[in-house]
Ligand binder design. Structure first.
Ligand code: HEM
Length: 913
């Protein structure tokens, strides 16, 4: 049975870096569009608040006191009931078009209201208005996602949403003034020029192109079925029946009247149908039933319902009291109402800020309820002659109470994220980014009765996580359901994050067709007419698995490593890569170094030189540090976190590396003679395709990142375990010495004849590959009875394979290479997958082993290694570093900040020159 909470729109398009995304707006065009979206949000809120002060005139004009509640309710009904529908429309269709359609409906509704000749037409017009308005706020947020970079979305979101806040305050005053000095009809006419202006601006300024998402690429039929039209109709029907029965009952008709009874009966039947339909639809339902099982959601809904009741009751009856009982004009009534609205907005903002900071929301909710009740009680005492100070004080008290508590159900879900309540919150952002593995473990425990994939919210995006080892291997090995999962789409998203424009990413997915310029017969570079993405994947395999290319690359790599690993070249080991600034003496034969700096610095340097030749170092002398810095913070880019206007730690290294790549690409091919095979072909083919320069830089960057993301840290743990354990160190020295028999390092011998190293390497990878694989649901897929919704990302926690006690025994947390000494048993274990498997089987697996072993072999050949005691504790063995746990991985993780091993390297006599 389904357990996920809700399906929300993916903001994939907005993740590309600011300067590169061609749909992003700048300067005055951005200003004007943001102003217009604000106007849309203002109109959305205005129409809920403007009629209150106009209602007394309307009821007088139409002689329709019995319909008084309907003027507000019809708007509210549709504006609420159609929210989920519009949410899905924005998810599956182009945001600009859906927004324009909703504005158009809003305009039509306004004209119907403004020209209404009867009360019924006005009610119909209000319903139409609400229907259009239900797409305005969501639409503004959806459009924002494609016109501003992701990191700036929260700021602009705040600006746009403030339009609603202003309308709450301005609505009654504007409504009052228009009703008094013109006619109540102007409360609706006002929407027409404003809405028309918004239509024109959005039409002219917002680009039609937006980021590609899998949901938007679904066939029309599938899109329509996912918007759950039947659920929407049933929901609307049942709400209408209930509201009609409640409005007419006891007023127009007695409660026992057959119409009222029929309406209640219809409501009951529709409710049953809706529940059945909702249950059948699972995750695709308008309101997934699982949501209602969650205490926090149910309580939040009850609180919101009660405050909604209070707000709308007062919104109608207090202006009526002012105007019809106390004889105030419509404008004056609006101004008087400020006494309630201003305190409400102020306390709303204040409580929100306080709760966000300290996290306790229940006290404010209770206090708000008590204050609002006291205020409401006091309001019951006012009458025709109540002095201004008295009724104003009562309104202020009520406003404070309502403002204090009415938004807290939303805030509570954002701020207090209880990981055991995994499926109930509308965001698991905080636990994911502070301890993602704990969040996944909690989810697995929480769902262990069903073993079905769980769902959680990440940056507003519903994300599935697989909980069973068999499902993880199933996805890698192509289980029958795995074809519904797409890796290519995930890669497309990552390409955007690394700087390709969405237009070029779409082109990269396209297979060249006969007749197109990119379909070149007898073309040596891309003879199989692959799409650019497939071409890149093919290049990976040719570069890292074809013996000639692989041997050349690993030979170069070892040579560069051989140059670096000399005592006089180790100054870089003083770098503060991991919060471990370690001062070493002047270059000499004995050096004391941070192991992390030693491994990271020399591995990254050798990889860069083997892949690119010396060129990147020429363009950016600090390139090694920049890459290490980038790797440490790549998760910020990867998970699309805001870069705080370019100040996140990932920004500077990203920009400097990109600048070096840009200069590299600008060199004529003949001057790049030392670049590797893959880059030569990749750059050539991108030139044929005429991919824009920034996108070429982005793809090159991503290609390079794949080859270093795991390597540097995997090698660190491997060497750290060996250095930490004298027995392992001795055994490793013995094995690696044999690879130097010719005087040169024989890497192939090393990787084929060292069982002890193999066992240590395998155990290191078992313990350290806590990475996540990612896929996107391509078509409706069912795993263990749970329907996964297309377009939703799926997280594959490899960890469930390697840390599972049922598979590896109760000592799973111990580092024990012996479990791999009996090779046949552990290595053939289907749940041992450090390099994944199937179509995405890591093409760098052979090179990874060669590079790691080569590093160790050269290090042991050159130096005697002594583990240093912790600072200030001579004679003691340092603690083994813990793995960094606070950030989600983008590859194998490094040690926790300020945790490292420090070693003394004594150049061996045989190596002294
Ligand atoms: C010990 C080090 C390494 C580990 C643990 C590792 C692990 C992995 C894993 C688990 C995947 C599959 C991701 C998925 O299915 O979602 C993968 C993919 C990949 N790895 Fe590695 N890797 C390592 C080293 C390397 C090296 C040295 C290179 C290149 C020189 C490399 C290049 C790649 C590439 C290009 C892919 C993507 C394959 C595709 O697009 O189909 N890896 N790696």
């Amino acid at each position: 049975m389904s357990r996920s909470f809700s399906v929300q729109r993916r903001g994939s398009s907005s993740t590309s870096p600011p300067s590169e995304a061609n749909s992003h707006l700048h300067s005055w065009s951005l200003l004007i569009v943001i102003g217009t979206l604000c106007l849309g949000a203002f109109l959305y809120g205005l129409d809920a608040n403007i009629v209150g002060t106009a209602v007394p005139r309307i009821t007088t004009d139409f002689q329709s006191l019995s319909a008084v509640a309907w003027y507000g309710a019809s708007y509210l009904l549709t504006v609420t009931a159609f929210q989920p529908l519009f949410g899905n429309l924005y998810r599956f269709f182009n945001s600009k078009i859906v927004y324009l359609v909703s504005l158009f409906i809003f305009e039509a509704g306004s004209i119907v209201c403004a020209t209404a000749r009867t009360s019924d037409i006005l009610i119909f017009g209000r319903a139409l208005l609400g229907f259009g308005a239900s797409g305005l706020l969501q639409g503004a947020l959806a459009i924002l996602g494609s016109i501003v970079p992701l990191e700036k979305v929260p700021v602009f979101q705040g600006i746009v949403i403030s339009g609603v806040g202003i309308s709450v305050c301005a609505g009654p005053i504007v409504g009052g003034a228009l009703t008094q000095y013109a006619s109540w009809r102007w409360c609706f006419w006002i929407n027409v020029p404003a809405g028309f202006f918004a239509l024109v601006i959005i039409f002219l300024f917002v680009p039609l192109a937006e980021g590609f998402t899998e949901a938007k690429a679904l066939p029309l039929r599938q899109k329509l079925s996912h918007t759950d039209p039947i659920g929407t109709i049933l929901f609307l029907g049942l709400v209408c029946c209930l509201l009609l029965a409640l409005t007419w009952g006891g007023q127009q008709y007695s409660w026992g009247n057959s119409r009222i009874i029929s309406l209640f009966t219809c409501f009951g039947m529709l409710l049953l149908c809706f529940c059945f339909w909702d249950w059948k639809q699972g995750d695709l339902a308008l309101i997934p039933l699982q949501v209602l099982r969650k205490r926090s959601v149910v309580m939040g809904a009850i609180v919101l319902f009660n405050y909604g009741l209070v707000m709308y009751l007062y919104g109608y009856y207090i202006p009526m009291l002012f105007q019809t009982v106390q004889g105030a004009s419509a404008t004056e009534s609006g101004v008087r109402y400020i006494a309630m609205m201003v305190p409400q907005i102020v306390t709303l903002a204040l409580t929100g800020a306080v709760v966000s900071k300290w996290g306790h929301y229940v006290p404010y909710m209770i206090a708000g309820g008590i204050i609002a009740s006291v205020g409401s009680g006091l309001l019951t005492t006012i009458g025709i002659a109540t002095p201004t100070t008295q009724w104003a004080t009562y309104l202020v008290v009520t406003g404070i109470g309502v403002g204090m508590a009415s938004q807290l159900p939303y805030t509570a879900l954002q701020v207090v994220l209880d990981s055991s309540d995994i499926a109930t919150g509308n965001g698991h952002l905080k636990p994911f980014f502070t301890n993602c593995h704990q969040l996944i473990d909690d989810a697995i425990t929480y769902f262990e009765d069903t073993d079905e994939p769980f769902a959680f919210q990440l940056c507003g995006v519903t994300t599935y996580g697989l909980s069973r080892p068999a499902d993880v291997t199933g996805i890698l090995d192509g289980a029958s359901w795995a074809h519904g999962m797409d890796f290519e789409f995930f890669i497309s998203e990552v390409m955007e994050k690394f700087g390709m424009t969405s237009k070029e990413v779409e082109r990269a997915r396209h297979m060249p067709q006969p007749g197109e310029a990119s379909y070149i017969e007898n073309n040596n570079t891309n003879p199989r007419h692959l799409s650019l993405i497939q071409f890149v994947q093919d290049l990976y395999k040719r570069q890292f698995l074809e013996p000639a290319n692989l041997d050349r690359l690993s030979k170069k790599f070892s040579e560069f490593l051989g140059v670096t690993l000399h005592s006089q070249n180790l100054d870089f080991c003083t770098r503060d890569y991991n919060g471990c600034l370690y001062s070493i003496g002047a270059p000499g034969r004995q050096r004391e170094v941070s192991l992390y700096s030693l491994v990271a610095g020399s591995m990254v340097d050798a990889t860069l030189r083997a892949l690119f030749g010396p060129y990147l170092h020429n363009f950016e002398p600090d390139i090694v540090d920049q890459v290490i810095e980038f790797n440490a913070h790549a998760w910020i880019l990867f998970y699309g976190l805001p870069d705080f206007f370019g100040r996140a730690p990932v920004c500077e290294p990203r920009d400097r590396i990109r600048a070096a790549f840009r200069a590299f690409i600008d060199m004529p091919e003949e001057q790049r003679s030392e670049q590797c095979f893959a880059f030569k072909h990749l750059l050539r083919w991108m030139e044929v395709l005429d991919i824009d320069k920034e996108s070429r830089v982005g793809l090159l960057f991503l290609f390079f990142f794949a080859s270093i993301a795991n390597e540097q840290n995997a090698c660190y743990w491997f060497v750290a375990h060996i250095v930490y354990d004298e027995e392992l160190l001795d055994a490793s020295r013995k094995e690696t010495e044999l690879a130097w028999q010719s005087g040169q390092l024989d890497v192939k011998y090393l990787t084929s004849n060292c069982p002890k190293l193999d066992a240590i390497f395998s155990e290191t990878l078992r313990q350290r590959t806590n990475t996540f694989g990612w896929r996107v649901v391509k078509e409706e897929t069912v795993i263990r009875g749970k329907k996964l919704v297309p377009g939703t990302p799926v997280l594959i926690p490899m960890r469930v394979l390697h840390t599972n006690k049922n598979i590896w025994g109760s000592d799973v947390d111990e580092f024990d290479p012996n479990r791999f000494s009996k090779k046949a048993k552990a290595l053939q274990q289907p749940y041992y997958r450090p390099f994944a498997g199937g179509p995405t089987y890591c093409p760098g697996r052979i090179l990874a082993k060669r590079e790691t072993y080569a590093f160790l072999a050269i290090l042991l050949r050159r130096f005697d290694i002594t583990l240093l005691p912790p600072f200030g504790a001579p004679g003691r063995k340092p603690a083994f570093p813990l793995m960094e746990a606070c950030r989600p991985p983008t590859g194998v993780k490094g040690p926790q900040p300020n945790m490292d091993l420090f070693v003394r390297l004594d150049e061996r006599a045989s190596e002294k020159s």
